[in-house]
Write a protein that binds this ligand. Structure first.
Ligand code: SF4
Length: 120
């Protein structure tokens, strides 16, 4: 299974779709749109990774641990997205991010769960 990271971006130009470095892509769009482009890119790649894993969700014990780490992190915005929370570092919904086994913290505070572990 290929695992896309947030350093990559799916880029469409003329009828070709390719995977490029996100920073190269961001240089091609106006600066005021770059934060939104990063967030959208991150959400798309997370969804692809989640789908390719067979939609494996985080086991309850690990979810509780991840939530605790995010709640004490200075990058967590508890009020964002109708009070469900957002990670300010990657821009993702923490509610969704925490529940996808394939996700990992952009600061390395918690890691992705292997497919085998998520099925325990
Ligand atoms: S995912 Fe990582 S950086 Fe983001 S809020 Fe959680 S612990 Fe902090």
């Amino acid at each position: 299974m290929h695992n896309y990271t947030n350093s990559k971006c799916i880029y469409k130009y003329d009828d070709n779709i390719s995977i490029v470095n996100i920073n190269e892509f961001l240089e091609t769009i106006p600066i005021e749109y770059r934060d939104w482009a990063k967030r959208i890119n991150s959400a798309i790649l997370s969804s692809i990774n989640f789908a390719s894993s067979g939609f494996n969700t985080t086991p309850q014990e690990i979810l509780t641990e991840r939530e605790s780490i995010c709640r004490s992190c200075d990058q967590w915005d508890a009020k964002a997205i109708n009070g469900t929370g957002r990670c300010k570092k990657c821009g993702c919904s923490t509610w969704a991010k925490l529940r996808m086994a394939t996700e990992r913290c952009p600061l390395g505070k918690w890691e992705a769960v292997s497919v085998e572990d998520s099925k325990k």
